[in-house]
Design a protein around this ligand. Structure first.
Ligand code: MN
Length: 366
């Protein structure tokens, strides 16, 4: 009975960790992993769960062989490698970081090699049973290293998988992505945004993001995605240019020379979640004024319909947090420097008169 337990406990433990690890991978496997450039030696997807199931069982048997004979000396290193094995799932898939995945798997290689070396001196069978695992890990290290070297990724980024069909933004899926036309004249937003600002901001900055993006995605899996899908799935330079393109589309869509009254549904939602329209404007202005460096301030709606104000740095977008953007203000210096020089507060004050309540309300989902 005790001998049976010596095998059953480590096998069940290893398989449980394996199942939990693959559960932590689910979202990344669906949304992120398919977009990566991978080694031509990568086996078909079905090979991975089968291989890992076999290896987790072997892992358990190896320890069982030792423990059944009353030798507990390898239990600690065995548990440690299992923990690091699980951390690999978190680092590579859940955090979507090939660099972290590579570092963790190198640590795992060392631990598993040490286990085998140590086991040789105690029980050769236990050592041999671990060898297929070691070989598979070396192969997985190569695959992870290939992904790290061939993908444009930032080292550490936590992403919540959001439903990419969650917004009302219509994007073309044409290969050459481009900005939609403005729905107002280039000089219609003066004095807050002069024709010259529009000329630089829309015709040069925004066009530049699209030009870079089209160049970067050529020949990659992103080529077949629409802009929003690219924003949801990319990292690094591709993400920066795609997100800047999308953020600017929303920003320019959110402007109007003829503002009018705030529509009722939007007004009621704002009063419900901020107390009053004045409170909302005050909080939004404070967020926009205090945002350090380059970035964006957003009025967003969460999945339950609740509105809140969110600030993002550089190109970051609340879409990646599963939030629905209703209204956005660009507080990069290029948005106001021509008309207002360094006076961001003047720009924000002026912007309240050209913010487009209609388009904000049209994006409300609840
Ligand atoms: Mn801008």
């Amino acid at each position: 009975m005790k001998k049976t337990l010596a095998f059953v406990v480590p096998i069940v433990l290893a398989l449980t960790i394996g199942v939990f690890g693959s559960y932590m991978q689910t979202s990344a496997l669906e949304h992120w992993y398919p977009t990566l450039v991978k080694s031509p030696l990568t086996p078909p997807a079905i090979v991975f769960p089968i291989a890992w199931t076999v290896l987790y069982v072997l892992m358990g048997i190896s320890l069982g062989v030792m423990v059944a004979k009353g030798d507990m000396s390898l239990v600690r290193i065995w548990l440690l490698q299992l923990l690091v094995n699980f951390l690999w799932s978190i680092g590579f898939f859940t955090l979507r970081s090939p660099l972290m995945g590579l570092i963790i798997i190198l640590v795992l290689d060392v631990l598993v090699f040490a286990y085998i070396l140590y086991a040789i001196g105690h029980n050769r069978l236990a050592a041999w049973i671990f060898v297929p695992y070691m070989l598979w890990l070396l192969f997985a290290t190569y695959l992870t290293g290939y992904i790290y070297l061939n993908n444009d990724t930032v080292g550490y980024r936590t992403i919540n998988a959001a439903n990419i069909t969650n917004t009302n933004i219509n994007m073309s899926t044409a290969t050459q992505l481009s900005a939609p036309a403005l729905h107002y004249a280039a000089d219609a937003l003066a004095p807050t945004m002069s024709r010259e600002t529009i000329d630089y901001h829309y015709s040069r900055h925004l066009k530049g993001y699209f030009d870079n993006l089209n160049r970067l995605i050529a020949g990659t899996p992103y080529e077949n995605m629409n802009l929003e899908q690219i924003v949801m799935h990319s990292n690094g330079a591709i993400f920066n240019n795609a997100a800047q393109a999308l953020n600017h589309i929303l920003f320019f869509d959110n402007l109007t020379p003829s503002q009018g009254q705030m529509p009722k549904r939007l007004q009621q939602a704002i009063i419900r979640d901020f107390g009053s329209v004045e409170n909302f404007k005050e909080q939004f202005t404070a967020a926009a004024t205090s945002l350090f460096g380059s970035g964006w301030v957003w009025l967003v709606e969460d999945k339950s319909g609740k509105l809140s104000i969110v600030s993002t740095s550089n190109a970051d977008t609340p879409l990646r947090q599963g939030l629905n953007p209703l209204l956005v203000l660009d507080v990069w210096e290029h948005a106001y420097y021509i008309d207002h020089r360094n006076r961001r507060a003047d720009f924000i004050n002026g912007w309240w008169n050209i913010a487009n309540w209609q388009t904000a309300e049209e994006r409300l989902q609840q």
